[in-house]
Write a protein that binds this ligand. Sequence first.
Ligand code: ADP
Ligand code: ADP
Ligand code: ZN
Length: 214
Amino acid sequence: MKVIMLGAPGAGKGTQAKKLAAKYDIPHISTGDIFRANIKNGTELGMKAKVYMDQGLLVPDELVVDLVVDRFKNPDCEKGYVLDGFPRTIPQAQALDTALEKNGDAVEYAIDVDVPDSSIIKRMSGRRACVGCGATYHLVTIPPKKEGICDTCGAELILREDDKPETVEKRLNVYHEQTQPLINYYNTKGILKSVDGTQDMDVIFNEINNIVES
Ligand code: ADP
Ligand code: ADP
Ligand code: ZN
């Protein structure tokens, strides 16, 4: 199963992608997570990406596409994957299609998690990410069992630097300009599915399951 999660920053793509990947035992591939891991490890790619991420801008396509296409070569991708945060521009989507077509392959579902901008700001200010395993919580809607501590690995939870309100606004603008056009791109291909992302996390997951099982 090859699935793409679309949606604004903070719409809940990652939350749903992790659940779907776990259920189908396929990898959850998040380009944001890959960049953050590179930043943490001080790699050259990480240092390049950080300059853009800190400003709420997209990392240039040429730094993203090969990274993802290489990741597909890993044997864990044999049964498919859930892509989260990629593609984020039309050129990235075209590059993905071209890479898959070479193997007679294609994306099966592009699932848009739809949340209005007014709710996004609240989502982002409450988002807390684990420094250890990358798990995501929310202060109000999805709190950890113990304040400030990851349920899964026990590491500290932090507010991402780019989740501060000044940067969120910038990221939303970037989303509308560069990423939202993908909705039409996948709609034209006949594989777009939309879910109302303002619902409870489990209700959304049910709807997504119905989509991929249909
Ligand atoms: P969110 O979960 O809020 O949508 P991500 O973790 O996916 O954010 O991405 C964080 C940042 O990493 C983005 O703001 C962008 O700078 C960079 N990034 C992640 N994926 C991509 C991509 N496919 N293309 C360009 N930049 C990306
Ligand atoms: P994205 O990957 O699209 O940037 P996340 O999955 O990280 O978004 O979710 C953004 C924030 O909203 C997180 O703090 C997450 O815990 C919370 N969240 C996710 N889904 C829901 C939901 N259905 N209702 C309320 N809060 C949610
Ligand atoms: Zn953790």
